[in-house]
Design a protein around this ligand. Structure first.
Ligand SMILES: [Zn+2]
Length: 477
């Protein structure tokens, strides 16, 4: 091969190959846009700019239930306050993303989850059957409804028309789709039987063919449940064994989608998803990046989910949440319209993502130096960096998708007490964490940098939550 041909071959290397900037061709986040009704286009532009700052080039944007479908208004009626249902700005947001070098894939779940699960409210014949042979029970996160049976003609018609409307009519400028197979339920009716994933696949194949006919370069990310033949986590059934089209990309997760090396070799790209940024801290983010690198996936795209919907059901079995607006990442000092991603505890994680997704082997001390420089300036003190890590850890401890950390939420601790879950050990742990917050506040009384003043402010906010008798909850027995 001549030098020229080698150069051309290099230029023509596939877009999803390894990049010079670390082991991952795709970096970025998975965001459940539909569960964040309170942010407008200006907010989302800033969020996109932040993703670019973190080295991101990919956004998995879950828009099911969050656009004003003309054919199926039932899919967004529950989400009427969502800024995109009101002002339909996602097309502009995608243009903005492209200006920042970020590709946007539209996320939704076939026959389930947000938006789609509202259809059986008007068309009960589409409702799935549960494991017990009875009609599926209501379920959701924010958007409660019923998953659909893909063997029903009406379910299939609805599903393809809804996906077409999203991808072709509303957001044709998107770069593709994330077709996220449900992680909580399938249909167990006689027609679906052991063939649920074959039924679901018929939809996946059809919408993929239709999108590729319009945009041959579109990225379509799917689950391995149609191809691998392996046990599907959580459902007690096997995946289908249907032919794999090399144009598909795959996504793997710790809880719902086991890595499949032989499929990965055939796929255009493959992504590793985890909850390290949303629920955990820098060491978990580093572990996630290493796991993704060791798996050999082409992208590491963890969750950056934060919720701001008003809870209508007892999410996670917690009645005390009902009627309250979700607190994004547990940062209760924010106004409902303020995105949480630039707040100090999340900056700790975003910087970790940027650094460890570029170099999963970066020593933790090197990350701490970068963190100190960015949060507190060139002359940052080691103590301030340790305090930032401590603050992040306190906000992440025992946090769940819908519940803030107990140390920042007396309401949650009260509910724990009522259920008999507030053990002597837990109370001691929470008191110790409050002592650490007091120490942080005390150390940064005359904060030299804006970062140090923010440390003090956030610590004070958490401590203030325990005024007015809340503190008695944690008194030793
Ligand atoms: Zn069925």
């Amino acid at each position: 091969m001549s030098t020229m041909l080698i150069a051309l071959a290099l230029l023509a290397s596939p877009p999803d190959g390894p990049s010079a900037d670390g082991p991952f061709a795709q970096r970025g986040y998975y965001i459940t846009f539909m569960r964040m009704p309170t942010y407008d286009l200006a907010d989302w532009r800033r969020i996109l700019d932040g993703i670019r700052d973190d080295g991101g080039n990919t956004l998995l944007l879950w828009v099911g239930g969050a656009f004003r479908s003309e054919k199926y208004p039932i899919t967004w009626r529950y989400n009427e306050e969502h800024e995109n249902v009101r002002h339909d700005f996602v097309r502009e947001l995608i243009d903005h993303a492209h200006g920042r070098g970020i590709r946007v894939l539209l996320g939704f779940t076939p026959f389930g989850y947000d938006g789609v699960n509202q259809y059986p409210l008007e068309h009960p014949e589409t409702r799935a059957v549960g494991k017990d042979g009875k009609p599926a029970a209501a379920f959701g996160i924010g958007c409660w409804g019923y998953n659909l049976c893909p063997s029903r003609t009406e379910s299939r018609r609805f599903m393809i028309e809804y996906a077409r409307e999203m991808a072709f009519d509303f957001y044709p400028n998107a770069d593709g789709l994330l077709i996220e197979s449900s992680d909580y339920a399938i249909c167990h009716c006689k027609d679906c039987g052991g063939h649920f994933f074959e039924r679901e696949f018929a939809f996946v194949r059809q919408i993929s063919d239709e999108l590729w006919a319009r945009r041959p370069d579109a990225t379509i990310v799917v689950f391995p449940h149609y191809f691998s033949g392996a046990q599907v986590p959580g459902f007690g059934v096997r995946a289908a064994r249907l032919p794999f089209d090399r144009r598909w990309s795959l996504v793997f997760t710790p809880h719902s989608s086991n890595p499949e090396p032989s499929l990965m070799k055939q796929a255009r790209g493959s992504l590793w998803w985890d909850d390290s940024l949303a629920l955990h801290g820098p060491r978990d983010i580093r572990a996630g990046a290493r796991k993704a690198r060791d798996l050999g996936v082409s992208g590491y795209v963890p969750s950056l989910e934060a919720f701001t919907f008003v809870t209508t059901e007892a999410e996670e079995g917690q009645a005390w949440l009902k009627g309250k607006r979700q607190v994004p990442l547990g940062y209760g000092w924010l106004a409902p319209g303020d995105p949480p991603y630039d707040e100090l505890p999340m900056r700790v994680n975003r910087i970790a993502y940027r650094e460890f997704s570029r170099n999963p082997d970066l020593p933790f001390e090197d990350y701490k130096r970068v963190l100190g420089r960015e949060l507190f300036g060139a002359s940052s003190a080691t103590q301030s960096v340790d305090d930032a890590l401590e603050l992040q850890a306190i906000f992440a401890t025992e946090r769940t998708w819908c519940q803030p950390s107990p140390v920042t939420s007396p309401e949650r601790v009260r509910a724990m007490k009522e259920r008999g879950e507030l053990t002597t050990r837990k109370k001691a742990d929470y008191r110790a964490a409050l002592e650490r917050l007091r120490a942080i506040e005390g150390r940064h009384g005359a904060g030299r940098s804006p970062g140090e003043r923010e440390l003090r402010r956030v610590a004070r906010w958490a401590l203030d939550r325990w005024g007015e008798g809340g503190g008695t909850l944690l008194e030793a027995d």
